[in-house]
Design a protein around this ligand. Structure first.
Ligand code: C2E
Ligand code: MG
Ligand code: MG
Length: 617
């Protein structure tokens, strides 16, 4: 809080303090040192106490000259925390080479009318030494004030004030350095990198050139390593990574430790075209090889996924925060694509932005009424041409982005905790619809898409059972289409849940059959009732011999194992006829109908193009 200085309504000083030459740089530096408006610190207070004692004055201050005020980091004998800059004696001291001394302020026309002279603290004598950074910018002063005039300082007093100024500055620099070091590796930290990128002073390579970010482990992996093997191991890992990376860098390159298991460095941009690019590539290759070899901890080799990304200035004319984000995004891409390193790619970055935006708005979409809908696509018995069910397909109309395909947002949700509430939302919506249709005599089972990740959660079948109860829906009014997920799941748990669903009386179809990596073993293990052949084999089945061979043998195999066979992506009459001829049981595709809103689905049923099969209600 500002303490008003006396007199409360101050009159302007006669002479305004001069404006230092590099004022903008000076103010920026003052911000970077993060001293303004911070609590008192004993080390500074000891210096001001010493100043008052050595120079035998009632008031000693460490004053920081901000753009419109002077703010006291430490003060002895003065009750106010700050004064307007226009009254500040210290503001006159900034550009002096040595000390700024005013013997008697009342006799000095620059200060005679100054409220600090005419009122409290009644300054008569002032001596200040600038606090200068290594770049020559004065942040403020250390000064001594007396309410009695003095002719001059003795040489000893002058020396003492200069020494105190040097001590204060040394402490300011040390204080800053500590705040800029990573406690584990003692490397410069993220704040230092951002400051260097902005200033380009401490690290000349930062101002123009290449900023490289290195992920020595995926964040999940590093968290896991910390959890399982403990903080000591995690620290040792980071220290070892820092050592390895440093050994690959050109001499005097500053390495930064920006966040857990993440490092960065800057390389200067040199004129020279390809040769320089080659040099950069060679450095990145060396770093990549160095961090890929497993880290040894108590004899146990620990391998991690790594990523390296870089961004070049002035390709990105952005601020430090954006620059670091862009390089981090490139490192992420390198990790995801398992490439040794990646340059920042704006297109990829935009996609990542969109993914983030989608995930952020999905929660809101699930909570609202009008963004998410379910469309229903008929399934037809190929022998009788009758509609025997429908597949529920999720639709999302994003308020800004418009319609977003489930093929885009479902896999995103699968990578976060959102997949579970999303599946629950779909199940709820479908059960409400199915209950309503049954009440109105439309008795068709509806298939709901779920991912393996839903089944890995342990209580999926229980939740389904209670939802069926809540909506008054019979187990055989719905079924589940399960897609194999590329993501890790607990297979034993998946099987347990599927068996539970089957015991409840819910049919299970293997979706997108033929696209997974373990399709055959999958077919053998999973307690399913039907196999749904992926549409990529079906769309041109009438013309493609290889598709025909695949589909014919899949139908045979699936039938031999006791499964029904469904074909998705039936787009032509030829495909429909071929499938019927070769014993496929059920067809689904644009030829029959596109996915429809519930009312349109009812209209479609009413046209009787493909008649619904009778089904017990
Ligand atoms: P899917 O389960 O294999 O669904 C079939 C997809 O093929 C649907 O795309 C459908 O609109 C489309 N399709 C149907 N017939 C034809 C055809 O004749 N030709 C062509 N070219 N396409 C056809 P959609 O609705 O965009 O869904 C894409 C995928 O998103 C689905 O593939 C499914 O994996 C996933 N998905 C959709 N809704 C949900 C949901 O509620 N939950 C989950 N977990 N995944 C869903
Ligand atoms: Mg499906
Ligand atoms: Mg499919």
């Amino acid at each position: 809080m500002k303490t008003p200085i006396t007199p409360a309504k101050a009159t302007p000083a006669k002479a305004l303090p001069p404006v230092p030459v590099r004022e903008e740089d000076r103010l920026a530096a003052l911000q970077r040192y993060e001293l303004l408006d911070t609590p008192a610190e004993p080390a500074f207070d000891q210096i001001t106490r010493l100043a008052a004692k050595l120079l035998k004055v009632p008031v000693a201050l460490i004053s920081l000259v901000d753009h419109d005020r002077q703010w006291f980091k430490s003060r002895v004998g003065l009750p106010v925390q700050e004064t307007p800059r226009e009254y500040a004696f210290c503001a006159h001291a900034l550009d002096t080479d040595g000390l700024f001394v005013v013997g008697d302020a009342r006799q000095d026309e620059r200060f005679a009318d100054n409220p600090l002279v005419t009122g409290d603290p009644n300054i008569r004598f002032y001596a200040g030494a600038p606090l200068r950074t290594s770049d020559g910018l004065a942040l403020g002063t250390i000064c001594v004030i007396d309410d009695q005039p003095r002719h001059a300082l003795t040489p000893e007093e002058e020396e003492a004030l200069r020494d105190l100024s040097a001590m204060t500055m040394a402490h300011i620099e040390a204080r800053r350095a500590v705040g800029y070091l990573h406690p584990v590796t003692s490397l410069s930290n993220r704040f230092r990198l951002l400051a260097d990128l902005d200033a380009g002073s401490a690290d000349p390579a930062a101002a123009s050139g290449t900023t490289v970010v290195i992920d020595a482990a995926a964040s999940q992996q590093f968290a896991e390593l910390t959890r399982v093997l403990g903080q000591v191991c995690a620290d040792a890992f980071e220290i070892d990574c820092a050592r390895r990376i440093l050994s690959c860098l050109p001499e005097r390159t500053r390495l930064y430790h920006v966040s857990p298991a993440r490092f960065a460095f800057n390389l200067p941009r040199q004129p020279g075209g390809e040769a320089v690019e080659d040099e950069l590539a060679a450095t990145l290759d060396r770093v990549s090889a160095a961090i890929r070899s497993p880290f040894q901890y108590q004899g146990v080799p620990i391998a991690t996924s790594t990523g390296i990304g870089f961004v070049q200035r002035p390709d990105i004319p952005a601020g430090s925060v954006e620059l670091l984000r862009a390089a981090t995004s490139a490192a992420h891409q390198s990790l995801e694509e398992q490439k040794p390193w990646c340059a920042y790619d704006e297109k990829q970055d935009r996609a990542a932005h969109r993914a983030f935006l989608l995930l952020r708005s999905l929660t809101e979409a699930m909570g609202g009424q009008d963004q998410l809908h379910v469309a229903y696509q008929p399934k037809v018995d190929l022998r009788t041409d009758r509609c025997i069910g429908a597949e529920a397909l999720l639709r999302w109309t994003h308020p800004e982005l418009g319609p977003v395909s489930p093929a885009e947002f479902v896999p995103l949700a699968e990578r976060t905790a959102l997949v579970r509430p999303l599946t629950e939302w779909v199940i709820g919506a479908v059960l409400r619809q199915v209950a309503q249709w049954h009440q109105r005599g439309i008795a068709l089972p509806v298939s709901i898409n779920i991912s393996m990740l839903d089944l890995g959660t342990g209580d999926f079948a229980d939740r389904v059972e209670s939802l069926l109860d809540r909506h008054g829906v019979r187990a055989d009014w719905i079924d589940f289409e399960v897609t194999e997920s590329a993501l890790m799941t607990d297979r034993a748990e998946v099987d347990r849940q599927l068996h539970r669903l089957r015991r409840l009386g819910i049919a299970v179809e293997i979706d997108d059959f033929g696209t997974g990596q373990s399709a055959l073993s999958y077919l053998k293990d999973i307690p399913a009732t039907a196999v749904k052949i992926d549409q990529r084999f079906i769309r041109s089945i009438a013309a493609e011999r290889s598709d025909q061979i695949m589909v014919r043998s899949t139908i045979e195999l699936a039938h031999d194992l006791g499964y029904l066979v469904i074909a998705e992506g039936v787009e032509t009459q030829e495909a429909y006829d071929w499938l019927r001829l070769h014993g496929c049981d059920i067809g689904q595709g644009y030829l029959i109908s596109r996915p429809l809103a519930p009312a349109a689905f009812e209209d479609w049923l009413a046209t009787g193009a493909f008649r619904p099969a009778a089904m017990p209600v």
